[in-house]
Design a protein around this ligand. Structure first.
Ligand code: HXC
Length: 519
């Protein structure tokens, strides 16, 4: 065959591979409002940067007539490209080929890009749209999943691993994303479940739709499995690109610093008045975040889950940080099981990837009660405590208002190796709030007073005394637990100067195989 004919054959083969499971199935994918695997990769990567691997791979199965059904690429498109000029490895499952189900060869293709990403030190993005293990292959498919899982585990904390869910992901298809750092789900067309509605009905008798069982909002607000929800696939892909702007390529690199045109000494007068006179009145911690970060831009993580704590990526003078803030606007910003789990995992991600942690404290304590105790608030709260204490990245803590009891210790206190701990003049750092403290300390005295007016007067007087002594930052500052009391409007500048100073910080934990975080 002449070289011209060989090249023609190559081009034809490439065109064939690009059709995946065929035009009919591509049309059906489009009719569902979904993109194909290759279209998703085009949207994700810088234009013209995609280099595909293993386009000519086919499965080697013969059972169930599979020998007569072979599709070039075998249901997953893999390779590398760039995002904002930085190298990224990618795989995109192709639902038009056996429902994106995973075969032995399919798994090998994913493992190949994961292995290379580890050697190169570049993130891996998986675009998932899969019916799980390819049923016709049996154990080979299960083994293929386990090969991927093992790589997800080894890559954890070494390179960022991001997942998008753009279809009905079932069975094994959900566990690899669960092992990655962040998951994005698109609304209406994506589901995640270990077993789908049909199996649920058979096994438990429960009648439930795909949406109610494993839709994007279910996983965003109830299970906490997904970190982001997008209205469309396109928006989800843009979100992945945005997320990467805060992340280093790997754990040995610093996160990317970008040019910042927002003045570092910008004063925000409104911050001086943001804390309400009445300590029981809420305000929105996100207003504070908006006022202090570069250009008021931040990317909130797990927005719909445990809103009593806010976790978000942002930049200060172009330097990426992770922000953890108690949210007085929701359950008074109390720490509960879900908030503790959410923030602990986020802190561990930031610490693994050299992203400094900024903590904004306004916390009345841990949520009391049997529901929380039975659910294991002790062990879950300990996760947050552990994560803060273990983190060695620069840690800057600003106490805005309440910082009571155990929650004070947990929220990046000085003794948990907080590098810089500032407080606003409105801070109240104490074992508990004034009202509770007076009830405990003066219970007998109060009950012995018969006249109701006298009783109230006595309680008010004692509360006033307590507040003067404890409901302020000065007692903590007098011990050096607070490094300085700062003017709220100057918070942005003080954080930026802190980050600049701490840029060369070095700290470490004792040598060990790994810690035993209370899981
Ligand atoms: C082989 C599969 C498949 C699978 C779907 N297909 N799932 N082929 N193995 N697991 C094929 C279908 O036969 C069909 O082929 C095409 O993909 C599209 O599937 P539909 O059912 O027509 O699509 P839809 O109605 O959108 O439903 C999608 C779905 C459903 C929800 C994913 O197909 C489904 O429930 N599949 C099975 C899910 C599952 O139980 N997987 C195994 C999990 S066990 P044609 O030729 O018609 O286009 C598992 C173990 C791993 O994963 C555990 C590791 C820890």
């Amino acid at each position: 065959m002449a070289i011209e004919d060989k090249i023609k054959q190559l081009v034809e083969n490439r065109e064939k591979a690009k059709l995946g499971g065929g035009q009919k199935r591509i049309d059906s994918q489009h009719a569902k409002g979904k993109f194909t695997a290759r279209e998703r990769i085009e949207l994700l990567l810088d234009e013209g940067s995609f280099e595909e691997y293993d386009m000519f791979v086919v499965h080697h199965s013969t059972d169930f007539g599979l020998d007569k059904q072979k599709y070039l690429s075998d249901g997953v498109v893999t390779g590398h490209g760039t995002i904002d000029g930085r190298v990224i490895y990618v795989f995109a499952q192709d639902f038009t080929v056996f429902g994106g189900s995973l075969s032995e060869t399919f798994a090998k293709k994913i493992c190949k890009v994961m292995d290379q990403a580890m050697k190169v030190g570049a993130p891996v993005i998986g675009l998932n749209d899969s019916g799980g293990a390819r049923i016709q292959e049996g154990v080979q498919s299960l083994a293929g999943y386990a090969e991927i899982f093992q790589r997800n585990i080894m890559a954890s904390g070494v390179i960022p691993q991001l997942s998008a869910i753009f279809g009905p992901c079932a069975g094994g298809a959900v566990y690899s994303p669960a092992l990655t750092d962040f998951i994005v789900m698109s609304e209406k067309s994506s589901y995640m479940f270990v077993t789908g509605p049909k199996v649920v009905k058979t096994v438990t008798g429960e009648d439930i739709t795909s949406e109610d069982l494993g839709g994007a909002m279910v996983h965003a607000s109830k299970s906490g499995v997904t970190h982001f929800v997008s209205e469309t696939e396109e928006e989800g892909i843009m979100l992945l690109r945005k997320l990467l702007t805060y992340l280093p390529q790997n754990n040995l690199e610093e996160p990317p610093v970008t040019f910042c045109d927002d003045p570092i000494d910008r004063l925000e007068d409104a911050l001086n008045n943001i804390i309400p006179e009445n300590p029981n009145k809420p305000y929105d911690i996100k207003d504070v975040i908006e006022m202090i970060v570069d250009r008021s831009e931040y990317l909130e993580v797990q927005r719909h889950y445990a809103p009593n704590i806010v976790t978000a990526f942002a930049k200060f003078n172009g330097m990426p940080v992770g922000i953890i803030g108690n949210q007085p606007n929701y359950l008074a910003g109390v720490l509960d099981i879900n908030a503790s789990r959410k923030a602990a995992r986020y802190i561990r991600f930031c610490d693994a990837f050299n992203i400094p942690i900024i903590t904004l404290v306004d916390v009345p304590g841990f949520l009391p009660g049997s529901i929380q105790e039975y659910g294991g608030i002790i062990i879950h709260g300990a996760k947050l405590l552990f994560a803060y204490g273990e983190a060695t990245v620069p840690k800057i803590t600003i106490t805005l208002r309440k910082s009571y009891g155990g929650a004070h210790d947990v929220m990046s206190s000085k003794q948990l190796r907080g590098d810089i701990n500032y407080a606003w003049p409105s801070a109240e750092i104490a074992v508990m709030g004034a009202q509770g403290a007076i009830e405990v300390l003066y219970n007998k005295d109060i009950s012995s007073i018969e006249n109701e007016d006298e009783k109230e007067k006595f309680a008010i007087k004692k509360e006033k005394e307590y507040k003067e002594k404890f409901a302020n930052p000065y007692q903590a500052a007098s011990y050096g637990f607070i490094d300085d009391i700062i003017e709220p409007r100057n918070t942005r500048f003080r954080i930026i100067r802190g980050l600049q100073t701490l840029a060369t910080k070095k700290d470490s934990n004792p040598p060990k195989k790994h810690s035993n975080i209370p899981l």
